[in-house]
Design a protein around this ligand. Structure first.
Ligand code: CP3
Length: 358
């Protein structure tokens, strides 16, 4: 069943499966999109990227719009996610960041102590991050209601991690050292970030985002007790402020399954489950309080299509009969994913999920 839901509805969307699933309403099939779906696995992305560096693409609304639409046009996902990055927030606070092939993001002057935190600039979102808002507006117009548009931001803990580490890190040892030596400073930083992130998400909603997702990709670097002190309360603050809009909020706290019960009570509508966690356990922890999103292993896309189908069915066997579920990967799609397989995944979910829905 490739034709999504109904015709136009009160959201003005031709395909509102994602919105309905976020609200816990039944859908005729499971909506599907992929984290990092606008990216290097697509030759069409590579072609744009060959002409512009990554941050320039983020800052040029025409280019951001073009690559945001690519997975909608090429592989048929049920939602677009705006092309940007979680690190535009520290950049807006005055921390220069560059992206290097094979290395990832690198900050010129990582946060080392109170001085750098003091020096962070206040952010008027419309001034410093207006280019993201423009990209959302432009994408929304170009989509013309075909599918919902997802806005996003990093969670305070994950952004703080990059700001203190200065680059990707296997251990997060610097920011965790700060947690043990100067927890007050870390809280100060997390608090600053939670204000900026809330303002940013509210502005994204104003600019047309139909759903927003918070990426706490490094939640699993905290001990379960620390997650509840250094991440959860800040996620809740953001959700509290953004909830007034009525726009659905998805929280992806990667590898924080230990706290799904608590996470299901902060007011977000959807929890995204990482591939290393069991959907059945997540389902038991949240007791129907939130909708679950996930959680196919991105590496399943690297195997043959027959086995991909079996993996999709395993996810649907666990979740398909729930009134609502959002199919996604358990983390971002990998750059070496064959495009045929990405397209096959979307087709398989569309086909197979129909028989789970009444
Ligand atoms: O999902 C989408 O398609 C929207 C775009 C998007 C990007 N980054 C584009 C991007 C989103 C939602 C993100 C979020 C993001 N950025 C996260 C959270 C999600 C996750 O994967 O855990 C994180 C941790 C970042 C920070 C970041 N950005 C890193 C560590 C890197 C380097 C590693 C890598 O994947 O290259 C980036 C760069 C980045 N962000 C690219 C893209 C398409 C690759 C840039 C390029 O073309 O060279």
């Amino acid at each position: 069943m490739n034709q999504p839901s109904v015709s136009m509805n009160d959201t003005g969307l031709k395909n509102d499966l994602l919105i309905r699933a976020c609200q816990g309403q039944p859908t005729p099939r499971t909506p599907v999109w992929m984290m990092r779906q606008a990216g290097r696995y697509l030759p069409e992305y590579q072609a744009v990227r060959a002409k512009a560096d990554f941050l320039a693409m983020c800052r040029t609304p025409e280019l951001a719009t073009e690559v945001t639409l690519q997975p909608v046009d090429i592989i048929g996902v049920d939602a677009a996610i705006i092309f940007s990055d979680i690190l535009v927030v520290p950049e807006a606070m005055g921390m220069k960041v560059t992206f290097h092939d094979g290395v990832g993001p690198v900050f010129d002057h990582p946060i080392d102590g109170p001085r750098e935190i003091q020096a962070l600039e206040p952010v008027v979102v419309e001034e410093k991050l207006g280019y993201v808002l423009e990209a959302l507006e432009m994408t929304k117009r170009a989509l013309d209601g075909r599918v919902p548009l997802i806005g996003f931001a990093g969670a305070p803990w994950t952004i703080a991690g990059y700001m203190v580490e200065g680059r990707s890190s296997k251990t997060f040892a610097k920011v965790k050292a700060m947690r043990y030596t100067r927890p007050d400073l870390l809280h100060q930083l997390l608090d600053r970030l939670s204000h900026v992130v809330s303002d940013f998400l509210l502005a994204q909603i104003d600019a047309g985002a139909d759903v927003v997702q918070l990426f706490d990709s490094w939640a699993g670097m905290l001990t379960p007790d620390d997650f509840r002190v250094f991440s959860l309360p800040y996620l809740k603050k953001i959700v509290d402020r953004v909830s007034v809009t009525g726009v659905p909020i998805i929280v992806f706290a990667r590898n924080a399954g230990h706290s799904f019960t608590e996470l299901s009570q902060i007011g977000a509508q959807v929890l995204s489950v990482s591939w290393s966690e069991e959907l059945a356990a997540a389902k038991a922890a949240v007791q129907g309080r939130v909708v679950l999103q996930g959680n196919l292993d991105p590496c399943a896309l690297l195997g043959p299509i027959d086995s991909l189908r079996q993996e999709v069915i395993a996810v649907l066997d666990c979740m398909g009969h729930n009134p609502s579920h959002i199919f996604n990967l358990g983390h971002g799609i990998l750059p070496n994913t064959p495009v045929d397989h990405a397209r096959a995944l979307i087709d398989i979910v569309k086909e197979e999920s129909v028989r789970y829905h009444g």
